[in-house]
Design a protein around this ligand. Sequence first.
Ligand code: SF4
Length: 166
Amino acid sequence: MGVSSCLLGENVRYNGEIKLNSIVKFELGKAVSFIPVCPETESGMPVPREPMDLFQTDGSIRMITLESRRDMTWIMEEWIEKKLSELSELKLCGFVFKARSPSCAMNSALLHVESRLERSGEGLFAKAFIERFPSLPVEEGEKLHDPVLRASFLEKVYNIHKARYR
Ligand code: SF4
């Protein structure tokens, strides 16, 4: 299963802080093996790095650094294209994403729309992954703290695995 690397406690976050999600790493980790992915560091960004948010401009969504206002969208999109081809070879059975990230959130990143701030942004990598693999189960790590949701997510993962490998 693919997973945002920082959920496993890897030192990849923008502020250099470790943010281990022990439910994902240890509870889910009993049942699956992980392929960690960090879109920001794998596309060449350092740790630590300037924070970024999503901005809606002229009908498109851009990923822009908050102080120097650098548009990082092209760098990320170029990396995503290559990474999705690589991941398609691995036959993943699902993906667990880090919430609130401009790269990894499914629908919880900060999105600037004119002068409004919304918590509904789809991270650039998560969005592209879901579009490329629409039948795979996906969830944000924090939601999997709910045991009922976790069990239901795992059942979907098993079903994909069974269908693929039986
Ligand atoms: S949220 Fe995604 S891009 Fe950000 S540190 Fe975690 S894995 Fe890397």
